[in-house]
Ligand binder design. Structure first.
Ligand code: SF4
Length: 245
């Protein structure tokens, strides 16, 4: 339409206006849209191929994450470093649109150095599969990187000292959506004291990233009757990511 209008202008204008003059006028008024159309039209007429810039690929975050992981591995900021076998940084795809965040490593995670392994990890994998996702579609991390003794809740001081690492991970991953697993992760990300039932029924945001809260798989292993509610939450994740059911 714009091209047709431009041709019309060229044909029926009282003045004979050259192509170059039109470009100069459009540049003056900074009308990039018409300008681009016109340039493409005349380049086509001249038999010159048009190159269109592709969507820019997301910048690789691999090196920055590897460096952060090394920093975490040597961290002694809080006393949790005394009892750890190793730090637990993350698993999954660092370019994933969905970032899954739990609380802290447990026994199996501490031994293997990976978050959400063992029975709870198996259930998480099944939960993700129920909405068509695999490990390659998600990036999984915890708020705390070292295992608290006897799997106790991390203290406020430990959270304050460790959560900076998670913040940096989120910045590097730039997920489209965060799924918080469990009361602790939900309250930390939302900076609230809401109960799980209040958090999981609403859409939230961590800074500017949309965030959904659901039950921790370890809790669901203890209380399978809440799996239906967790599945409802996962359907919201599926919808938010525009995944086909
Ligand atoms: S829990 Fe976090 S802050 Fe504490 S030692 Fe481990 S990595 Fe460092």
């Amino acid at each position: 339409m714009l091209i047709q209008n431009s041709r019309y202008l060229m044909q029926y204008s009282d003045c004979i206006v050259s192509f170059h003059s039109i470009i100069v006028i459009l540049e003056f008024y900074q009308n990039d849209f018409i300008l681009t159309d016109l340039k493409h039209y005349y380049l086509q007429q001249m038999g010159i191929d048009i190159w269109v810039e592709r969507d820019k690929p997301r910048r690789s975050n691999t090196d920055a994450l590897a460096e952060l992981s090394r920093k975490v591995a040597g961290c002694t900021r809080c006393n949790l470093h005394c009892g750890r076998t190793q730090t637990v940084f993350a698993r999954g795809n660092s370019l994933a649109r969905l970032m899954v965040i739990g609380e802290a490593p447990g026994f199996h995670e501490d031994k293997q150095g990976l978050p959400f392994v063992g029975k709870a990890g198996g259930l998480l994998n099944n939960m993700l599969q129920s909405i068509g996702l695999t490990e390659s579609d998600v990036y999984i991390a915890n708020v705390i990187k070292c295992r608290p003794p006897e799997n106790r809740d991390p203290t406020e001081e430990e959270v304050a000292l460790c959560s900076e690492y998670l913040g940096q991970q989120i910045q590097l991953i730039q997920p489209s959506l965060i799924l918080a697993l469990g009361r602790f992760a939900g309250q930390f990300l939302l900076k609230s004291n809401l109960a799980m039932n209040q958090m999981r029924s609403k859409d939230h945001a961590y800074e500017s990233t949309p965030c959904i809260v659901t039950y921790h798989p370890a809790y669901l292993l203890r209380k399978p009757s809440d799996k239906k509610k967790a599945f409802d939450d996962l359907l919201r994740v599926q919808k938010a990511l525009c995944l086909s059911s």
